[in-house]
Design a protein around this ligand. Structure first.
Ligand SMILES: [Zn+2]
Length: 492
């Protein structure tokens, strides 16, 4: 297989990005500053389908969606970390937001990380849709709202100290891909082929999970020099929680965590500027909050609790548990009066996914009504296979990956729904420890399984929900490890 040239751009944040003129620190006496702000990005719930922008149609808002922004400034360069309460965020929306951010704050694109939480009770923002199509207005509005959040955070920069840590919450993450016991019969894939692994397979007849989970909550905390909490930025490898009524917009457990952790850290509800919590999506492509156990494990555990949760109750439970674990770890944080900020960004070019001969034959037979698909799956239909077989689809996909160094904490940003084992592999190989992984960052290009998981099959490996060459995860992790090596090698 011909591999396209992988790396086409490397950018490093340079000193010239600093705009802190009034109180600019000299290199001998650098002042570390932090500022945080939120910007409301809740879409309209009006009845006009051209204006209203969520799928399925939203008729109510339980809690507002936000772009949550944290800006750090080491006196030479700034780093902007943004988490949006969105299911996905397209590369176009992010690129447009970064252009505005550069104009209004001087922070260059490689020093801005914009991610989506993956809350399913929001919308996916795309720009490519035309006027009159649902999403159009919202996709145009989002870059401005995100950029404004960053500008507000810059406006509120104040001298600060910073610390980071790793907490753990094992009880809320479950791999959702399973090998089944023989009594469950064959598992059928996207083109009625037989696969080895089933995604979200119910709760009995389970043999063993097909992959691990990452129970770590990695976080970074900033407070004013007088000890007032400014912001806490965390990442956990959990898809989302849900349990939210139909047709209702909500930021899910991510925002509940953000609020709860502020309370637990002693942030005053009325402090100025207000505390900002942020919870990003870690590597959770194959991990959700539904407790599944193998038959063997269930026999040991006995009957499982059958609690019926009220709307929002489960999300709040998970949020509170995570916030408590982070607060506990926060008690022993080492605070730094100054750390250096550096970033490395690359564009990786991946070959796009192509259907197999079998898939195309199956899809053509379905189209010609020669066979009826066994599965009425809504995920990957014959038309998806035919679309991916079309020469009109571009042969490659460019994706942006980033690494950032905040003192001795590293951050890796990946524009996919990344499998947990990929994140764990990256954490293990990172020359800077600890490493915080962030998925659905700077774009959203579908699920990212490993080549091994592709061989096992299951929903996330199907063409359409997975868009890139089967070994993309290997190339991405190798690239990120190199980039982390560059950050490690820099003189500080
Ligand atoms: Zn997902």
């Amino acid at each position: 297989m011909r591999i396209p040239r992988q790396f086409i751009f490397t950018g490093v944040c340079l000193a010239f990005v600093s705009l802190g003129l009034a109180d600019a620190a000299t290199p001998d006496d650098p002042v570390f500053r932090a500022g945080a702000a939120t910007s409301n990005i809740t879409p309209s719930i009006g009845a006009d389908p051209n204006v209203r922008t969520s799928k399925p149609p939203a008729t109510h808002v339980h809690d507002e969606l936000h772009a949550r922004c944290l800006v750090l400034d080491d006196g030479q360069s700034k780093l902007a970390l943004v988490v949006c309460d969105l299911r996905h965020i397209s590369a176009e929306v992010v690129a447009n937001a970064k252009q505005i951010i550069q104009k209004t704050t001087g922070i260059p694109p490689q020093c801005v990380l914009v991610s989506a939480t993956h809350t399913h009770t929001s919308t996916g923002a795309k720009l490519e849709e035309g006027e009159g199509v649902a999403y159009y207005d919202y996709g145009a509005l989002l870059p401005w709202r995100i950029a404004e959040g960053v500008l507000r955070a810059v406006n509120q920069l104040e001298p600060a100290r910073i610390g980071w840590g790793v907490a753990e919450e094992r009880t809320q993450v479950f791999n959702r891909r399973w090998f089944l016991t023989p009594k469950r019969g064959p598992i059928y894939g996207a083109h009625d082929n037989i696969e080895q692994v089933d995604t979200n397979p119910g709760y009995s007849g389970l043999l063993r999970p097909a992959g691990p989970v990452d129970p770590q909550i990695t976080f970074v905390s900033v407070q004013s020099t007088s000890g007032k909490p400014i912001a806490l930025f965390a990442s956990y490898g959990l898809h989302y929680v849900g349990g939210i009524p139909a047709n209702t917009i909500s930021a899910d457990y991510f925002a509940m965590f953000a609020n709860r952790v502020g309370e637990l850290l002693g942030a005053d509800q009325h402090q100025d500027p207000p505390f900002v919590g942020l919870m990003a999506n870690g590597t959770s492509g194959d991990v959700n909050n539904l407790a599944r156990y193998s038959d063997e494990e269930l026999a040991k555990r006995g009957p499982q609790p059958t609690k019926r949760y009220q709307p929002y109750e489960k999300a709040r439970e998970v949020a509170n548990l995570c916030a408590e674990k982070v607060t506990e770890a926060h008690k022993t944080l080492k605070w730094h009066d100054h750390v250096k900020l550096t970033s490395v960004q690359r564009t990786l070019t991946f070959k796009r996914r192509y259907p197999t001969k079998e898939e195309v034959e199956w899809a053509e037979a379905v189209k010609a009504k020669k066979i009826k698909p066994m599965s009425t799956s809504r995920y990957s239909t014959y038309s998806t296979v035919l679309a991916y077989n079309s020469p009109e689809m571009p042969p490659t996909i460019d994706v942006i990956v980033q690494t950032h160094r905040i003192g001795d904490l590293a951050v890796a940003a990946m524009p996919f729904e990344v499998f947990a084992e990929i994140g764990l592999d990256l954490k293990q190989r990172s020359p800077i420890q600890p490493l915080m992984n962030i998925s659905i960052a700077n774009g959203s290009h579908g699920y990212l399984p490993t080549p091994e998981q592709h061989r096992l099959g299951g929903y996330e490996t199907w063409i359409g929900v997975n868009k890139v060459q089967l070994d993309a995860s290997v190339k991405m992790v190798d690239g990120l490890v190199e980039m982390l090596g560059e950050l490690k090698a820099e003189k500080r």
